[in-house]
Design a protein around this ligand. Structure first.
Ligand SMILES: *Cc1c(COP(=O)(O)O)cnc(C)c1O
Length: 361
């Protein structure tokens, strides 16, 4: 069967083996005579799917006992609201944000609706081609948390090392690079991400939170916006996105079978290196958006010498079967999203196409 050359930014390609496994189990999950879609979320079968997903994620990311994994809905976008709701207190009343792209701006905009967040550092004036220096981050005594976006899906920049924030919780939107490389979870207060890039399908949001940030006394918060609700009920307070959690568990098992995070990271690096090399050796035919030290291993952004050539590239690419190479509607240009599930062979096909397009034009 022919698989599409899918470079979509999210929802994105899923591992073929995961889709096959889901198909196998589709009509009769684990001998129940029911599809996973039909199981009660209170059944022991589903609870073990959920617990298995938690366990695999903890194993793959080496999550310490100080942290808890929660499964929520509402996407990363709802976390833009839940983070300030849950972390801001009377005394620590301000969220600080490092602005590195559209998503961090959106996160801060939501915090503005609840309080008065401040910019801790920003790369906006540089058209988000880089990540601000860690030394330039500024926070006051009122800091409830520092918020960063570990990988900027739209601009194609990525943090390579993280700020050390001491007692101030570090909060990271890792939607587009969670599970793509090793991260020291103990350094973070909250990590969150919609699953539809590296973890599985849309519909489930993963939150990894330091337990001491889950407040038992936050009953003034709306129930569904309170981390404690999910913590207390093993993410089963109400009906969870059961099918999405099931697929997530399959993607996690697949990741483990691929050699875990270190195995995946190695392949990710090869994929990214190949595409960036193609850009760099094109003598300016292609130019990368991100400055070299900040290049994302997940979203490779580039333009051609003018709008017309970019359009031509995208239309030829489409004809050859490449999907999703257009840049985000907010910045244009081209973007190849190469999350964990994208095989190296697809990147080789793309690099080959880029070379051929260049020599013909
Ligand atoms: C895709 C993305 C989002 C938005 O996620 P939703 O799940 O659609 O809300 C937020 N942040 C980053 C970094 C993303 O890549």
């Amino acid at each position: 069967m022919k698989r599409a050359l899918n470079f979509n930014a999210g929802p994105a390609a899923l591992p073929f083996e995961v889709l096959e496994k889901a198909k196998e189990e589709w009509l009769n999950y684990n001998g129940t005579g029911m599809s996973i879609l039909e199981l009660s979320h209170r059944s022991t079968e589903f609870e073990s799917v959920l617990n298995n997903a938690k366990r695999l994620l903890a194993e793959l990311l080496d999550i310490p006992d100080t942290h808890e994994v929660l499964f929520l809905q509402g996407g990363a976008s709802l976390q833009f609201t839940m983070v300030p709701y849950n972390l801001i207190t009377e005394e620590k009343k301000r969220g600080y944000y490092v602005l590195t792209g559209v998503w961090s701006e959106k996160a801060m905009d939501e915090a503005k609706k609840l309080g008065d967040p401040k910019t801790a550092a920003s790369a906006k004036a540089m058209n988000y081609t880089l990540i601000p220096s860690i030394d330039d981050i500024q926070m006051g005594d009122d800091a409830a948390y520092l918020h960063i976006t570990s990988n900027n899906t739209i601009y194609g920049t990525q943090w390579t090392s993280f700020p050390v924030t001491g007692s101030i919780p570090l909060v990271a939107d890792m939607s587009s690079d969670i599970l793509s490389r090793p991260v020291d979870i103990s350094k973070f207060g909250v990590i969150y991400g919609g699953a539809q890039k590296n973890l599985g399908p849309s519909g489930v949001t993963v939150v990894i939170i330091k337990k001491d940030l889950i407040r038992e006394d936050a009953s003034h918060l709306p129930t569904m916006l309170n981390y404690h609700t999910y913590y207390k009920n093993n993410s089963l307070y109400n009906t969870p996105p059961s099918f999405a959690i099931y697929l997530l568990s399959l993607v996690l098992q697949w990741t483990k079978d691929k050699g875990g995070i270190s195995g995946i990271e190695k392949i990710n690096r090869q994929k990214a290196d190949l595409l960036y090399k193609t850009i760099d050796e094109s003598e300016g035919f292609y130019s990368g958006h991100a400055e070299k030290p900040f290049r994302s291993h997940m979203n490779v952004t580039f333009t051609l010498k003018n709008e017309e050539m970019t359009k031509k590239f995208l239309s030829f690419a489409k004809e050859e079967g490449f999907i999703g190479l257009n840049g985000h509607r907010s910045i244009g240009g081209c973007r190849a999203s190469i999350y964990n599930a994208i095989p190296l062979a697809h990147c080789e096909r793309l690099a080959d196409f880029m070379l051929r397009f260049k020599s013909r034009n």
